[in-house]
Design a protein around this ligand. Structure first.
Ligand code: A3P
Length: 295
Protein backbone atom coordinates (compact mmCIF):
# COMPACT_ATOMS: atom_id res chain seq x y z
CA UNK A 1 0.00 0.00 0.00
CA UNK A 2 1.24 3.53 -0.78
CA UNK A 3 2.06 5.83 2.14
CA UNK A 4 -0.57 8.49 2.88
CA UNK A 5 0.17 12.08 1.89
CA UNK A 6 0.40 14.89 4.39
CA UNK A 7 -2.11 17.63 3.65
CA UNK A 8 -3.15 20.81 5.44
CA UNK A 9 -6.39 20.62 7.28
CA UNK A 10 -7.57 23.89 8.90
CA UNK A 11 -3.92 24.88 8.71
CA UNK A 12 -2.53 21.77 10.40
CA UNK A 13 -0.69 18.87 8.76
CA UNK A 14 -2.87 15.76 8.76
CA UNK A 15 -3.43 12.47 6.96
CA UNK A 16 -6.73 11.02 5.82
CA UNK A 17 -6.46 8.45 8.57
CA UNK A 18 -7.04 11.12 11.21
CA UNK A 19 -9.54 13.31 9.37
CA UNK A 20 -12.00 10.76 7.94
CA UNK A 21 -13.93 10.66 11.19
CA UNK A 22 -13.84 14.42 11.73
CA UNK A 23 -17.57 15.03 12.17
CA UNK A 24 -17.99 12.25 14.70
CA UNK A 25 -14.94 13.50 16.50
CA UNK A 26 -16.16 17.08 16.65
CA UNK A 27 -19.63 15.98 17.77
CA UNK A 28 -18.26 13.64 20.40
CA UNK A 29 -20.27 13.85 23.61
CA UNK A 30 -17.88 13.79 26.50
CA UNK A 31 -19.02 12.74 29.93
CA UNK A 32 -17.85 14.61 33.02
CA UNK A 33 -15.80 11.65 34.22
CA UNK A 34 -14.00 11.11 30.90
CA UNK A 35 -10.22 11.45 31.07
CA UNK A 36 -8.52 12.76 27.96
CA UNK A 37 -4.85 11.89 27.43
CA UNK A 38 -3.45 14.47 25.04
CA UNK A 39 0.02 14.43 23.48
CA UNK A 40 2.05 15.35 20.48
CA UNK A 41 2.81 12.01 18.76
CA UNK A 42 5.67 10.11 20.42
CA UNK A 43 5.69 12.06 23.67
CA UNK A 44 4.72 9.10 25.85
CA UNK A 45 1.06 8.52 25.01
CA UNK A 46 1.21 4.75 25.34
CA UNK A 47 3.12 4.87 28.60
CA UNK A 48 0.74 7.28 30.34
CA UNK A 49 -2.29 5.50 28.87
CA UNK A 50 -1.15 2.23 30.39
CA UNK A 51 -0.40 3.82 33.76
CA UNK A 52 -3.89 5.32 33.91
CA UNK A 53 -5.50 2.12 32.66
CA UNK A 54 -3.74 0.03 35.32
CA UNK A 55 -4.53 2.55 38.05
CA UNK A 56 -8.22 2.48 37.21
CA UNK A 57 -8.81 -1.08 36.08
CA UNK A 58 -5.78 -3.16 37.00
CA UNK A 59 -7.51 -4.51 40.08
CA UNK A 60 -11.10 -4.60 38.90
CA UNK A 61 -10.65 -5.92 35.34
CA UNK A 62 -7.42 -7.93 35.26
CA UNK A 63 -8.70 -10.25 32.48
CA UNK A 64 -9.05 -7.32 30.11
CA UNK A 65 -5.34 -6.51 30.39
CA UNK A 66 -4.51 -9.85 28.81
CA UNK A 67 -7.14 -9.93 26.08
CA UNK A 68 -7.81 -6.39 24.86
CA UNK A 69 -4.92 -4.42 23.32
CA UNK A 70 -4.22 -1.13 25.08
CA UNK A 71 -5.11 0.87 21.96
CA UNK A 72 -8.63 -0.54 22.17
CA UNK A 73 -8.91 0.04 25.90
CA UNK A 74 -7.73 3.62 25.47
CA UNK A 75 -8.97 4.50 21.98
CA UNK A 76 -8.03 7.40 19.75
CA UNK A 77 -10.64 10.14 19.74
CA UNK A 78 -9.83 11.13 16.16
CA UNK A 79 -9.98 7.64 14.65
CA UNK A 80 -12.73 5.63 16.12
CA UNK A 81 -14.43 5.30 19.46
CA UNK A 82 -15.44 1.65 19.87
CA UNK A 83 -19.11 0.98 20.48
CA UNK A 84 -18.57 -0.29 23.97
CA UNK A 85 -17.12 3.07 24.90
CA UNK A 86 -19.79 5.15 23.25
CA UNK A 87 -22.37 3.17 25.16
CA UNK A 88 -24.26 1.90 22.11
CA UNK A 89 -23.06 -1.64 22.65
CA UNK A 90 -23.46 -3.15 26.05
CA UNK A 91 -20.37 -5.15 26.78
CA UNK A 92 -20.89 -5.78 30.45
CA UNK A 93 -17.46 -7.13 31.12
CA UNK A 94 -15.84 -3.90 30.02
CA UNK A 95 -15.67 -0.91 32.33
CA UNK A 96 -17.12 2.27 30.89
CA UNK A 97 -16.24 4.67 33.67
CA UNK A 98 -14.04 6.52 33.57
CA UNK A 99 -13.53 6.35 29.83
CA UNK A 100 -9.85 6.85 29.03
CA UNK A 101 -9.53 8.47 25.62
CA UNK A 102 -6.38 9.56 23.87
CA UNK A 103 -5.80 12.28 21.32
CA UNK A 104 -3.00 13.96 19.41
CA UNK A 105 -5.20 16.89 18.42
CA UNK A 106 -3.82 20.40 18.78
CA UNK A 107 -5.83 22.06 21.53
CA UNK A 108 -7.97 24.16 19.16
CA UNK A 109 -9.38 20.97 17.57
CA UNK A 110 -10.52 19.30 20.76
CA UNK A 111 -14.31 18.81 20.65
CA UNK A 112 -15.96 21.48 22.80
CA UNK A 113 -17.87 18.93 24.80
CA UNK A 114 -14.70 18.08 26.77
CA UNK A 115 -14.41 21.68 27.95
CA UNK A 116 -18.14 22.01 28.61
CA UNK A 117 -18.09 18.91 30.79
CA UNK A 118 -14.96 20.12 32.57
CA UNK A 119 -13.23 16.79 31.85
CA UNK A 120 -9.84 16.01 33.28
CA UNK A 121 -7.06 16.23 30.73
CA UNK A 122 -3.59 14.75 31.11
CA UNK A 123 -1.14 16.36 28.69
CA UNK A 124 2.27 14.74 28.20
CA UNK A 125 5.12 16.73 26.65
CA UNK A 126 8.54 15.48 25.59
CA UNK A 127 11.60 17.55 24.73
CA UNK A 128 11.71 18.54 21.08
CA UNK A 129 14.88 16.73 20.07
CA UNK A 130 13.99 13.32 21.46
CA UNK A 131 10.44 13.78 20.27
CA UNK A 132 11.71 14.42 16.74
CA UNK A 133 13.97 11.34 16.79
CA UNK A 134 11.18 9.12 18.03
CA UNK A 135 8.76 10.50 15.42
CA UNK A 136 11.32 9.87 12.68
CA UNK A 137 11.63 6.18 13.56
CA UNK A 138 7.88 5.91 13.95
CA UNK A 139 7.51 7.25 10.41
CA UNK A 140 9.90 4.61 9.17
CA UNK A 141 8.07 1.69 10.76
CA UNK A 142 4.45 2.80 10.42
CA UNK A 143 3.01 2.52 6.92
CA UNK A 144 0.07 4.71 7.96
CA UNK A 145 2.47 7.65 8.32
CA UNK A 146 3.80 9.75 5.43
CA UNK A 147 7.23 8.70 4.16
CA UNK A 148 9.68 10.35 6.59
CA UNK A 149 12.61 10.58 4.15
CA UNK A 150 16.13 10.56 5.54
CA UNK A 151 16.91 12.01 8.97
CA UNK A 152 18.07 15.37 7.69
CA UNK A 153 14.94 15.80 5.58
CA UNK A 154 12.72 14.75 8.44
CA UNK A 155 14.41 17.09 10.89
CA UNK A 156 13.93 20.04 8.55
CA UNK A 157 10.26 19.12 8.13
CA UNK A 158 9.93 18.88 11.91
CA UNK A 159 11.35 22.38 12.29
CA UNK A 160 9.06 23.61 9.52
CA UNK A 161 6.04 22.03 11.20
CA UNK A 162 5.35 19.79 8.20
CA UNK A 163 4.21 17.00 10.47
CA UNK A 164 1.06 15.05 11.10
CA UNK A 165 -0.70 17.01 13.91
CA UNK A 166 1.25 20.11 13.02
CA UNK A 167 4.28 21.78 14.56
CA UNK A 168 5.55 20.39 17.87
CA UNK A 169 6.17 23.98 18.97
CA UNK A 170 2.54 25.07 18.58
CA UNK A 171 1.24 21.87 20.11
CA UNK A 172 3.17 22.02 23.38
CA UNK A 173 2.79 25.81 23.70
CA UNK A 174 -0.91 26.04 22.97
CA UNK A 175 -1.73 23.22 25.37
CA UNK A 176 0.44 24.96 27.94
CA UNK A 177 -1.47 28.20 27.44
CA UNK A 178 -4.79 26.37 27.73
CA UNK A 179 -3.86 25.52 31.30
CA UNK A 180 -4.10 29.20 32.18
CA UNK A 181 -7.80 29.36 31.37
CA UNK A 182 -8.82 25.75 31.93
CA UNK A 183 -7.48 24.45 35.21
CA UNK A 184 -8.41 20.79 34.85
CA UNK A 185 -5.21 19.99 32.92
CA UNK A 186 -2.34 18.02 34.41
CA UNK A 187 0.64 18.97 32.24
CA UNK A 188 3.45 16.47 32.66
CA UNK A 189 6.79 15.63 31.09
CA UNK A 190 8.23 12.42 29.68
CA UNK A 191 11.59 13.30 31.21
CA UNK A 192 10.08 13.49 34.72
CA UNK A 193 8.49 10.09 34.24
CA UNK A 194 11.87 8.63 33.31
CA UNK A 195 13.57 10.33 36.24
CA UNK A 196 11.07 9.41 38.94
CA UNK A 197 8.10 7.32 37.76
CA UNK A 198 6.92 6.74 41.35
CA UNK A 199 6.62 10.44 42.00
CA UNK A 200 4.88 11.08 38.68
CA UNK A 201 2.42 8.27 39.36
CA UNK A 202 1.63 9.84 42.76
CA UNK A 203 0.98 13.17 41.09
CA UNK A 204 -1.21 11.52 38.47
CA UNK A 205 -3.13 9.74 41.23
CA UNK A 206 -3.88 12.92 43.08
CA UNK A 207 -5.03 14.55 39.85
CA UNK A 208 -7.37 11.75 38.76
CA UNK A 209 -8.38 10.78 42.28
CA UNK A 210 -6.92 7.30 42.62
CA UNK A 211 -5.54 5.97 45.88
CA UNK A 212 -3.75 2.70 45.18
CA UNK A 213 -2.28 0.66 48.03
CA UNK A 214 1.51 0.39 48.17
CA UNK A 215 1.23 -3.07 46.60
CA UNK A 216 -0.99 -1.83 43.78
CA UNK A 217 1.33 1.06 43.07
CA UNK A 218 4.27 -1.32 42.91
CA UNK A 219 2.40 -3.43 40.37
CA UNK A 220 1.68 -0.36 38.25
CA UNK A 221 5.31 0.70 38.40
CA UNK A 222 6.53 -2.75 37.41
CA UNK A 223 3.94 -3.35 34.70
CA UNK A 224 4.61 0.00 33.04
CA UNK A 225 8.40 -0.29 32.90
CA UNK A 226 9.84 -0.02 29.41
CA UNK A 227 11.06 -3.64 29.40
CA UNK A 228 7.72 -5.03 30.56
CA UNK A 229 5.75 -2.97 28.07
CA UNK A 230 8.11 -3.92 25.28
CA UNK A 231 7.51 -7.62 25.81
CA UNK A 232 3.77 -7.24 26.48
CA UNK A 233 1.82 -7.97 23.28
CA UNK A 234 -1.10 -5.90 24.55
CA UNK A 235 1.06 -2.77 24.86
CA UNK A 236 3.85 -3.11 22.29
CA UNK A 237 1.72 -2.62 19.16
CA UNK A 238 2.85 -5.87 17.56
CA UNK A 239 -0.83 -6.68 16.92
CA UNK A 240 -1.14 -3.71 14.54
CA UNK A 241 -0.59 -4.77 10.90
CA UNK A 242 0.47 -1.36 9.49
CA UNK A 243 3.52 -1.31 11.75
CA UNK A 244 6.73 -3.07 10.74
CA UNK A 245 8.67 -3.72 13.92
CA UNK A 246 11.55 -5.21 11.93
CA UNK A 247 12.24 -1.70 10.58
CA UNK A 248 12.08 -0.16 14.08
CA UNK A 249 10.16 -1.46 17.09
CA UNK A 250 7.37 0.71 18.50
CA UNK A 251 8.98 0.26 21.92
CA UNK A 252 12.25 1.51 20.53
CA UNK A 253 14.57 2.85 23.26
CA UNK A 254 12.52 4.66 25.86
CA UNK A 255 15.31 7.02 26.88
CA UNK A 256 16.07 10.69 27.40
CA UNK A 257 18.87 12.08 25.24
CA UNK A 258 18.84 9.63 22.34
CA UNK A 259 18.90 12.73 20.12
CA UNK A 260 22.66 12.78 20.66
CA UNK A 261 23.06 9.67 18.55
CA UNK A 262 21.15 11.32 15.68
CA UNK A 263 21.89 15.06 15.54
CA UNK A 264 25.19 16.18 14.09
CA UNK A 265 26.79 19.15 15.82
CA UNK A 266 25.69 21.37 12.94
CA UNK A 267 22.12 20.07 13.08
CA UNK A 268 21.99 20.61 16.82
CA UNK A 269 23.26 24.20 16.57
CA UNK A 270 20.85 25.00 13.77
CA UNK A 271 18.00 23.41 15.72
CA UNK A 272 18.83 25.33 18.91
CA UNK A 273 18.87 28.68 17.11
CA UNK A 274 15.53 27.97 15.55
CA UNK A 275 14.15 26.63 18.84
CA UNK A 276 15.05 29.81 20.72
CA UNK A 277 13.18 31.85 18.13
CA UNK A 278 10.10 29.69 18.15
CA UNK A 279 9.95 29.40 21.95
CA UNK A 280 10.96 32.95 22.82
CA UNK A 281 7.49 34.03 23.98
CA UNK A 282 6.81 30.84 25.87
CA UNK A 283 7.05 30.24 29.60
CA UNK A 284 7.20 26.49 29.01
CA UNK A 285 10.43 24.95 30.27
CA UNK A 286 11.74 21.49 29.64
CA UNK A 287 13.82 20.65 32.67
CA UNK A 288 16.17 18.33 30.89
CA UNK A 289 19.72 18.20 29.73
CA UNK A 290 18.32 19.35 26.40
CA UNK A 291 17.09 22.55 27.98
CA UNK A 292 20.46 23.04 29.65
CA UNK A 293 22.24 22.70 26.35
CA UNK A 294 19.95 25.39 24.94
CA UNK A 295 20.62 27.91 27.71
P1 A3P B 1 11.37 6.09 21.63
O1 A3P B 1 11.03 6.01 20.19
O2 A3P B 1 12.26 7.23 21.94
O3 A3P B 1 11.87 4.80 22.21
P2 A3P B 1 3.93 7.36 22.02
O4 A3P B 1 3.34 6.34 22.90
O5 A3P B 1 3.46 8.75 22.31
O6 A3P B 1 3.83 7.00 20.58
O7 A3P B 1 5.50 7.44 22.39
C1 A3P B 1 6.36 6.39 22.08
C2 A3P B 1 7.68 6.63 22.76
O8 A3P B 1 7.52 6.38 24.17
C3 A3P B 1 8.78 5.70 22.27
O9 A3P B 1 9.99 6.43 22.43
C4 A3P B 1 8.64 4.57 23.27
O10 A3P B 1 9.76 3.74 23.36
C5 A3P B 1 8.43 5.37 24.55
N1 A3P B 1 7.85 4.56 25.63
C6 A3P B 1 6.74 3.79 25.60
N2 A3P B 1 6.57 3.16 26.75
C7 A3P B 1 7.59 3.53 27.56
C8 A3P B 1 7.98 3.20 28.90
N3 A3P B 1 7.27 2.35 29.64
N4 A3P B 1 9.11 3.77 29.38
C9 A3P B 1 9.84 4.63 28.65
N5 A3P B 1 9.52 4.97 27.37
C10 A3P B 1 8.40 4.44 26.84
Amino acid sequence: LPRPELFYFHGVGMTKYFTENWENTQNFKARPDDILIATYPKAGTTWVSYILDLLHFGQTHPERLKSVPLHDRVPFLEIYIPNWLSGTDQADHLPTSPRLIKTHLPVQFVPKSFWEQNCKVVYVARNAKDNAVSYFHFGRMNNAQPEPGDWNTFLQNFMDGKMVFGPWYDHVNNWWKKKQTYSNIHYMFYEDLIEDPGKEIDRLCSFVGCSPSAGEKKKVLEGTSFDKMKENKMTNYTTVPVMDHAVSPFMRKGKVGDWKTHFTVAQSEHFNEDYKQKMKDSTLQFHTEVQKSLD
